[in-house]
Design a protein around this ligand. Structure first.
Ligand SMILES: [Zn+2]
Length: 157
């Protein structure tokens, strides 16, 4: 039987140019709002755009819908909602032979891992995995692959 073409593009695992939306629905949150004095429904989502993380907070306010966006690191409060509602992911590098890889250490340092934590981080990559949101780990996996390190991500259970 022939598979129908994907209508939405969601759930595709292949690399695509431009914007790569994560497969999950956005997380839903409620925000206290100064503009209307009430509580607004809002959604927070992450996408990968040109190898960077783009977060979008869309707030449905009776006084006028608003949208806030930012790059690279979703603010902790919204990131927590994404992890709770969309699930956490883990990135692993099988093989365990990455502890001495300068390239991997550089990727980790670029992520903001302090020098003192790089050794523990490389061990985590090879063993229990590196936790994060799907978008964060898609980006990290791509950076590692660029250095020749095979990385895979999977949903945490
Ligand atoms: Zn409002």
């Amino acid at each position: 039987m022939q598979r129908p073409p994907s209508a939405t593009g969601h759930g595709e695992s292949g690399r695509v140019g431009g914007r790569l939306p994560m497969s999950d629905r956005p997380a839903t949150v409620t925000i206290r709002c100064d503009a209307c004095g009430g509580s607004d429904a809002a959604t927070i989502s992450e996408s990968v755009v040109g190898g960077r993380l783009l977060w979008v907070l869309s707030q449905d306010c009776p006084a006028g819908a608003t949208e806030a966006t930012g790059w690279d690191r979703t603010p902790d409060e919204w990131r927590r909602h994404i992890l709770e509602q969309c699930g956490g992911w883990r990135l692993r590098v099988p093989g365990g032979a990455i502890g001495t890889s300068v390239a991997v250490m550089k990727v980790l340092r670029d992520l903001g891992v302090p020098l003192a934590g790089v050794k523990a981080a490389t061990r985590a990559l090879a063993e229990e995995g590196w936790p994060g949101t799907e978008a964060e780990l898609v980006i990290l996996a791509d950076r590692l692959r660029l250095t020749g390190v095979a990385a895979s991500i999977s949903r945490e259970r």
